[in-house]
Each structure stands twice: as structure tokens, then as C-alpha cells.
Write a protein that binds this ligand. Sequence first.
Ligand code: ATP
Ligand code: MG
Length: 248
Amino acid sequence: MMVSPVQSRGVQVVRLHDVSVRLGQLWALRDIELTVQAGERVALVGANGSGKSTLLRTMHGLLMPVQGRVDRHPDGRQAMLFQRPHLLRMSALHNVALGIWLDRSQGLNWAQSKARALEALQRVGLSAVAHQGGRQLSGGQQQRLALARAWGRQPDVLLLDEPTASLDPHAKREVEALMADFANGQEHPLTLIWASHNLGQVKRLATRVVYLEGGHVLADLPVAEFFNAAVLALHSPAAHAFVQGELL
Ligand SMILES: Nc1ncnc2c1ncn2[C@@H]1O[C@H](COP(=O)(O)OP(=O)(O)OP(=O)(O)O)[C@@H](O)[C@H]1O
Ligand SMILES: [Mg+2]
């Protein structure tokens, strides 16, 4: 598979310039400046309600800013994994194939979509259950199925909203390993942007950490600096207090 220009390091894949988003009366995001480059693995952290999901949805074009601009690389393809995957009442294979087939930018017919879907299921270790109902799979399997559906569309940028939140430790590790594999994938390296409440996971997977509070980005640092208490305290006392609280 060819590496597209959107996967060359240093290329800007998404840029938010002065972005504010309102949800009803609430300013869910305020004055966000954020540029993500190809190959980065950006973790979004912050308390419940801080704006992580809103930021992901805005990056994916599902929410429109009332102010500012979201620019995506014109040749880039994004896929998003929601916190609770919406699986359809059909086989695992068809769940993935339909996602690929419906994405008209792929230009694949149904047979080709199914072939690609099978490949994606193999990639996440689910080929044995390809013909079982997607909704009958375990929570961990469903999450891997949703990952296959996103990955099967061969995105350059993968957005994930708390991809391991509802999983047991074993399933969590499996999904984490897949995320790492995807990010490093020789055949199709990805840019990862994901929301997480698991700081251990952030430390293991992220290259960069963005801390949100009340819709503001209060820290945006390389992972080593974010987890250096002295550096973080200097940079953002609020982010430092958050991390200390999470580590208790
Ligand atoms: N549809 C909506 N209408 C109005 N307010 C909303 C809506 N969705 C979210 N909000 C509010 O926007 C703020 C940001 O929510 P968001 O879901 O982005 O937070 P989050 O960081 O993802 O939280 P969590 O960790 O719980 O997933 C919260 O105050 C939330 O209550
Ligand atoms: Mg959320």
C-alpha cells in the first residue's frame, strides 16, 4: 500500500484556529488553537465535562464552531470511533463492510468492501467471529469490531473517544496494543487523537498530551514534559493538580 502524503511526518493533518463551540447556552470550547501533525499520537485528558468529546466531534466536522476555523488536510481521510459503538443488527463482517461500502470516497463495490472488511477483522483478531451477529459479541470484541470498521476505511487520522473506557483489563490491553500497532503500522501509519481517562495508557501511547478544563486548553505538552511534575506545575497548576488527583 502506498503511503499517502498525509502520512508523511511533519504534514499538518488538522488545525483548529481560534475555535469556540457552543452547545445550547454553554461555551463547550473556547478559543482553541491546536495543530496536529501526521504521525502524532495526541491524548486529550481532563475531567468529565471538560470538552474532550466536543473537541473530537469538532475535529471530525460533526459540530460547527461559532467562531474560528477547522482545517483538515484536503487529501486526508478521518475516521472516528465513538465511546459506545453503534453496531448494526447484522454480522460482524457486514457491520465492517457496510461502513466501508457507504464511504463513497473508497469507491469499492460490495464484494470489494467485504474483502477489505475481512482483512480488517483479521487485523483485529476477529476473523473467527466474522459471521456472528455484531451485537452478540462481548464488550471487548465489539470495541475491536468498531476499531476494524474505522480502520477498514484506511483513515490517515483516527479519532477515538475513550476507546477502552468500558473494557476489562485484558480487553483494554488488547485495544491498546491495536492502537499502538495502527499508529506504527508499516503498511498504513496513522495519526491518533483520542480522549482518555487512563493516564497510564496516555503515558504508554501518547507522544503529546492536551489537557482541557471548562472548554479551554490549559496544557499542550510532549508526553515526557506532561508527566514531569515540576514542568507541568510550572506550565499549568490546574493540569498538575488534575494529574496529582488522578494518581491518588
Ligand atoms: N448536546 C449537548 N447540549 C448541551 N450541552 C452539552 C451537550 N453535550 C455536551 N454538553 C456539555 O458540554 C460540556 C463538554 O462535554 P463533553 O462531552 O465534551 O465533555 P468530556 O470531556 O467528553 O466529558 P466526559 O469525560 O464525561 O466524556 C459538558 O459541560 C457537557 O455537559
Ligand atoms: Mg466525553
